[in-house]
Ligand binder design. Structure first.
Ligand code: ADP
Ligand code: MG
Length: 452
């Protein structure tokens, strides 16, 4: 590698460094933002209530789940056995076309309802039989009940007009009715982080955090009511899972690349941490860096610019191809890169992905110490998302920050890959909601009897 590239990369390494001291500082600021969010003050962390606590493992029944993530739509049938075991009995997966992500809101919900209709038909499920459906909707929602919530704003490339400010459960229910699906009722609205936490904690009570590291990034945890929670816990002293919406955390130091990326996104100024961490954006950071290097004449050739100027020309999936034996440049449409180019790209991807994992690690550490300042207990963290699961070395980089911050006590934190949270977990939340409803109605009936 020539001297100029080496110098560029060493400068890049500095720009993207996230030292142990940075991690500590970030965690402290994270706590401040959590506190502000819980107190109802302006904060980049929204701390959104879910209206449910963690499951006990005894929940049971059959449920449908509809999961709108960042990239895919999945329809699932889930069975809970009441002894901590949950299984998917059928699943359909379809890509959400960009035209649907950005087209009129009504069409987006028609697309979801059509997904349910096809699922019922394909799996020969009686359309007349009553079914509870859990709706996993992985966007910032202000819930007012377990089955009602208003979209605050779109993220992750969705822009469908006419949805922000609306109750998304009502929009889905209306779309189901338009499709003549009368027997399916939407009984729970679930964030994917909450579903992930529910999936793992259904069988493991030590699980107290759900994290997403995929297209986007986010996390949730159970908040004890003794804190100045939003005063929304259904029963006093009961825990409630809060959705942090941590992708929007904005107290991290950004560099010129981060700022350049933010300017070209659909939601400038927002989701600042997500734009440094998640799968949808780190490929963009790499693309902007490679483009800058090409413009400076130290990488590729000028003719390759046309590939690199295209938004989203580099995905995080392709970044994980910068390991020996794989051809990253060929994958993005540049078959004639040199060995030196490949070597440089490898370093760029390593630098960007490492910072992503280290920031995620610091945020995770902040939430764990919020619940347990001295790490006295075991914490199992359920993590879903292809970035964490598939990017080589990603989990190790997350762990590394935990060890820097907590030394030996980092052993008390278990990072646990948990897929299907947004399907199985959503069904579990629907079951928690229905069992809670029963409980809440019981004392009322008893009271009535007493009054007679
Ligand atoms: P979602 O977040 O939409 O529910 P996933 O968890 O599958 O979906 O995450 C998709 C994101 O993960 C995309 O941004 C994609 O680029 C990224 N991704 C997929 N495969 C890999 C991989 N092998 N390495 C790194 N990132 C990946
Ligand atoms: Mg997902």
């Amino acid at each position: 590698m020539n001297q100029t590239i080496r110098k560029y990369l060493s400068n890049l390494e500095n720009l993207f460094s996230f030292s142990p001291a940075d991690a500590q500082g970030a965690a402290a600021r994270f706590h401040e933002e959590m506190k502000r969010g819980l107190n109802g003050q302006t904060s980049s962390l929204r701390m959104l209530p879910s209206y449910v606590g963690r499951p006990t493992g005894k929940e049971q029944g059959r449920f449908l789940a509809l999961d709108l993530g960042g990239t895919n739509l999945r329809v699932l049938a889930v069975r809970l056995d009441g002894r901590g075991k949950a299984e998917i009995s059928a699943v359909n997966r379809l890509a959400v076309p960009e035209t649907v992500m950005r087209g009129p809101g009504e069409e987006l919900f028609d697309f979801l309802a059509e997904g349910v209709a096809v699922f019922l038909e394909e799996h020969r499920l009686d359309p007349k039989e009553h079914r509870d459906l859990a709706f996993t909707f992985s966007f910032p929602v202000a819930q007012s009940a377990v089955n009602a919530g208003v979209l605050l704003n779109w993220t992750k490339g969705f822009t469908a007009p006419g949805v922000a400010g609306q109750n998304v459960v009502a929009l889905l229910s209306d779309a189901l009715r338009r499709k003549r699906i009368e027997a399916v009722s939407v009984t729970a609205l679930v964030n994917d982080t909450v579903g992930t936490l529910a999936t793992k904690s259904y069988a493991d009570p030590s699980c107290d955090m759900g994290v997403i590291l995929g297209t986007g990034t986010n996390a949730c945890y159970p908040e004890k009511n003794s804190r100045p929670a939003k005063g929304l816990s259904p029963q006093p002293r009961q825990e409630m899972i809060l959705n942090l919406e941590w992708g929007n955390f904005d107290k991290l130091d950004t560099n010129a690349c981060d700022q350049a990326l933010d300017r070209i996104t659909l939601n400038p100024g927002r989701q600042r941490m997500e734009k440094m961490v998640s799968g949808m954006y780190i490929g963009e950071l790499v693309r902007l860096i490679l483009l800058d290097m090409t413009d400076r004449g130290i990488l590729l050739e000028k003719k390759h610019r046309s590939v690199l100027v295209r938004e989203h020309a580099v995905s995080s999936e392709q970044m994980s191809l910068t390991v020996p034996g794989e051809d990253f440049f060929a994958a993005i449409g540049i078959p004639d890169a040199s060995d030196q180019d490949r070597d440089a790209a490898h370093h760029v991807c390593r630098i960007v992905s490492r910072r992503s994992a280290r920031i995620a690690g610091a945020a995770l550490a902040a939430v764990v110490t919020w619940m347990d300042a001295n790490l006295e207990k075991k914490h199992t963290i359920a993590i879903d998302g292809a970035l964490f699961e598939k990017y080589p070395g990603y989990p190790e980089n997350v762990r590394c920050v935990l060890e820097e911050l907590f030394a030996r006590r980092a052993e008390r934190i278990a990072l646990c890959t948990t897929s299907d949270g947004s399907g199985i977990g959503a069904a579990i939340i629907a079951a928690v909601a229905s069992s809670r409803q029963e409980q809440e109605h019981k004392p009322a009936r008893q009271r009535t009897r007493k009054n007679r």
